[in-house]
Design a binder for this molecule. Structure first.
Ligand SMILES: C[S@@+](CC[C@H](N)C(=O)[O-])C[C@H]1O[C@@H](n2cnc3c(N)ncnc32)[C@H](O)[C@@H]1O
Length: 264
């Protein structure tokens, strides 16, 4: 379905997103504001550990969960390079956000960087939300972000290649060109994205590699309704990590949810 190919080359993933710090800083600041020092956080879809490492460095314990073995391996490597007082506070496990059981609750559950967009059907979404709800302390916070659907982008010509950039692979050092296009299914609200990696010189990559990545798009009122009907109160629904309002210019949806009360 396109939820794993983009995560096979975890070194490349880390390289591509190494300058993406706003979300990491936001989740760390939020944890520091909401939690007691040293509290345990569930980092759902922890991936290569971008957010995990920062939460550990801030003194929290982190339980990570992800389906991708290469991403978990990269996350374990990164954690092993942290000072001992931090690295001993991490536990990274293989598992699916739609079906997990840690037999304990957490004061904060984070699902960062569009990972929620890997839930492709209503059944997927409801299974994940049920697991999250079962693992959230009574006063706990579920914090996540997804993209704001960009209607112009979704309708781009799927036969052209977009966003072409050249770069050096961080491990093989081979020069590659990156480009992308996608087909959008407006019924299932899924963008079937193809990432193209084209070799520009001799090296381990001999011909253009096509990596599939599928993202389920969430419209704001629909997302709020899904959360509401699955027992969550949405306390904040903003347009970026700096707290800007969700409006027609927003690129992200940044949400902070708690258990719904009778009054919600
Ligand atoms: C865009 S990455 C985000 C990773 C990390 N949270 C970050 O901020 O860099 C999405 C992650 O979700 C993971 N993933 C996709 N579907 C999943 C599922 N059903 N359960 C758990 N992890 C999943 C992928 O393996 C990948 O590591």
């Amino acid at each position: 379905m396109g939820q794993d190919e983009h995560y096979v080359d975890a070194d490349l993933y880390e390289h591509e997103y190494k300058r993406r710090r706003e979300d990491v800083n936001y989740y760390v600041a939020m944890a520091a504001g909401e939690l007691a020092p040293g509290a345990e956080i569930l980092d759902l879809c922890c991936g290569s550990g971008r957010v995990t490492r920062a939460l550990l460095r801030a003194g929290f314990h982190v339980q990570g969960l992800d389906t991708s073995e290469p991403m978990l391996e990269r996350a374990r490597q990164g954690v092993s390079r942290l000072p001992k007082r931090f690295r001993d506070n991490a536990d990274l496990e293989s598992g699916d956000m739609k079906d997990f059981d840690f037999e304990r609750r957490f004061p904060l559950i984070v699902c960062a960087f569009n990972s929620f967009e890997h839930l492709y059907s209503r059944a997927d979404i409801e299974s994940a939300l049920a697991c999250i709800k079962r693992h959230l302390e009574p006063e706990g916070v579920f914090a996540f972000d997804v993209q704001m659907p960009d209607l112009a982008w979704l309708q781009k010509d799927p036969d052209k290649k977009w966003a072409r950039t050249k770069f050096k692979h961080p491990v093989t050092k081979q020069r590659l060109a990156y480009s992308t296009n996608h087909v959008y299914d407006p019924v299932r609200q899924i963008a079937f994205i193809r990432l193209y990696y084209e070799p520009l010189e001799d090296g381990p990559l001999k011909e253009t590699a096509v990596v599939n990545l599928s993202q389920r798009k969430f419209y704001p009122a629909e997302l709020a309704a899904l959360l509401h009907y699955n027992g969550f109160a949405v306390n904040r629904h903003r347009g970026d990590f700096g707290g800007d309002y969700l409006d027609e210019f927003a690129e992200s949806q940044v949400l902070l949810c708690r258990h719904a009360r009778d009054s919600d």
